[in-house]
Design a protein around this ligand. Structure first.
Ligand SMILES: [Zn+2]
Length: 172
């Protein structure tokens, strides 16, 4: 038995294309002349080779199933296989579950951000009305609890004086 094409897709998508341990995207950008380099590997949680570390306890037909595979970068795959004392079956299952939950939460957050659409109950004006007189502006802002004005950058002193003069007239 080997890992099926479908199983590989499941693993890569559920892992968000990232190593479950270091969270690095397991692909490098391509160059003008080269394809992207892929350094992601599907690592067995319960090992396939009998007698080795993390071996046994799983039916043969489940060894290559997506539930028993975790997406890792080549560095972390080697580390996991070199350090079976620390990376036990239980620990790897937890790392996989935590990583996949994290990927889902990131995807959900993205969906929330994309849901920022205009509220049909409060339609936004297509064209903003230019306010050229102080009275309409005053009527618009006088309801607010507080407001502050700011001068545009690079305004000449006499233009600033003129603007402040207009503002003083509002209070009348
Ligand atoms: Zn990694």
């Amino acid at each position: 038995m080997s890992i099926s094409e479908k199983t590989r897709k499941i693993i890569w998508i559920q892992a968000g294309g990232m190593c479950a341990i270091c969270k690095e995207q397991v692909i490098t950008p391509g160059t003008a002349s080269d394809d992207p380099s892929v350094f992601g590997e599907e690592a067995h949680i319960v090992a396939r080779s009998s007698g080795g570390p993390r071996a046994g306890g799983l039916a043969e037909e489940l060894i290559d199933g997506h539930a028993n595979l975790i997406l890792l970068c080549s560095k972390d795959h080697k580390r996991v296989d070199d350090q079976p004392g620390y990376f036990s079956v239980e620990r790897l299952r937890r790392i996989k579950a935590d990583h996949e939950a994290w990927v889902r939460s990131v995807a959900d957050a993205d969906t929330d951000r994309m849901r920022l659409v205009p509220d049909p109950l409060h339609p936004q004006p297509k064209v903003l009305k230019l306010i050229t007189r102080a009275n309409p502006l005053w009527n618009m802002i006088k309801e607010s609890v507080a407001f502050e004005y700011a001068m545009p950058d690079g305004l000449r002193d006499d233009d600033e004086d003129l603007t402040l003069g207009i503002q003083r007239n509002w209070a009348v």
